[in-house]
Write a protein that binds this ligand. Structure first.
Ligand code: G3I
Length: 315
């Protein structure tokens, strides 16, 4: 029994976690991360990103990601692969190279062909484009080498390149603050339509789900938002779920309620294929001074663990 076992019993493909080299190197943490009953899916937290996989032009490095992939395969966990084209964690040879439009397109296509090709057949899904939208739903340009040099056309070009490199992977657009209806969620729906209008395949929308304890509200708002995406013919998933609460003054009961709300919403939508939490222990979280995850800093289960189990229903 566990978080993944219950998700599968509820008809989902997986309940999973982000995993990192840091966790692989911590035996106590890794023992939790390896438990297939809790985690049927992994996402590399940083190891498949552009700066990790192509640190200098045309020179690819897969060592850290390959270790995580090997552990996943040994334990039967499926992989969501993350992330090909993002404005962050791009090495300076790309951002400071002064490349023109045509050259940057070929750099992006070459990167995708190599990385997706290296993991061909191993990724259930790829986050092809990550966080390409501003909060008002417009396409991000400022601060993005891709958006400012190529323009929004980089998005369908990236999806086409990923499809060519691994026709079997589900290709996702992934973003945050799209968990409820609003300008950014509408922008994400427009982005999906735009990719399709160029004839490129897109199969999924990843709601990152970086949420704040006490601000989640009702499941019905999450459900209707997901239905806005599934109506476009794509599947949805929560891809980076965490529930911030200040470590100095945490509210773990409300956090447990809010996790259960998200699980209940996914359970109600047939097209919601699974949930990934962005790490599992508060010892290793990207959010400073926060305790957002279901295990505490000493690897003990918090109230959120039981509430997630319960929200999936019986095994
Ligand atoms: O690469 C250096 C390494 O050489 C050095 O030893 C180490 C020392 O602290 O720092 C390393 O880089 C850090 C990297 O994580 C690996 O630990 C970066 O400084 C740090 O900025 C980076 O943070 C990651 C962040 O993405 C970058 O934007 C977080 O771990 C990761 O959780 C976070 O994940 C993102 C998703 O990919 C996309 N959605 C938002 C989410 C949260 O920001």
């Amino acid at each position: 029994d566990g978080l993944n076992a219950r998700a599968v019993a509820a008809g989902k493909k997986y309940f999973g976690t982000a995993i990192s080299t840091t966790i692989l190197n911590d035996a106590s943490a890794n023992a939790i991360g390896k438990n297939f009953q809790d985690f049927g899916q992994y996402t590399c937290e940083n190891e498949m990103k552009f700066d990790a996989t192509e640190p200098s032009r045309g020179s690819f490095s897969y060592g850290n990601a390959d270790k995580i992939v090997a552990q996943a395969q040994a334990n039967g966990q499926i992989l969501r692969c993350h992330a090909l084209v993002w404005h962050s964690q791009v090495p300076s040879w790309v951002t400071s190279g002064g490349f023109n439009n045509a050259t940057l397109i070929s750099i992006m296509q070459n990167h995708i062909a190599n990385v997706v090709g290296h993991y061909k057949g191993k990724c259930y899904a790829w986050d092809v484009v990550n966080e390409a939208l501003n909060e008002d739903g417009s396409y991000r340009s400022s601060g993005s080498v891709w958006g400012s040099t190529i323009g929004p056309a980089f998005i369908p070009i990236a999806f086409a390149a990923a499809a060519a490199a691994d026709p079997g992977a589900k290709l996702y657009y992934n973003d945050y603050n799209c968990d409820k209806a609003g300008a950014k969620a509408t922008g994400a729906q427009n982005l999906i339509k735009m990719v399709k209008s160029y004839g490129a395949p897109i199969h999924g929308f990843g709601m990152q789900g970086h949420m704040t304890t006490g601000q989640v509200g009702s499941a019905s708002a999450l459900v209707s938002n997901m239905q806005g995406f599934t109506a476009l013919g794509v599947e949805v998933a929560y891809t980076e779920l965490d529930m911030a609460t200040p470590s100095s003054n945490p509210n773990f009961n409300q956090q447990a309620t809010d996790y259960a709300t998200v699980v209940s919403a996914c359970k109600q939508v047939a097209g919601c294929v699974g949930i990934t939490i962005w790490g599992f222990t508060d010892r290793y979280t990207w959010i400073s001074n926060s305790a957002p995850l279901p295990w505490d800093t000493n690897f003990q289960k918090k109230a959120a663990y039981a509430s997630i189990l319960n929200a999936w229903g019986s095994a």
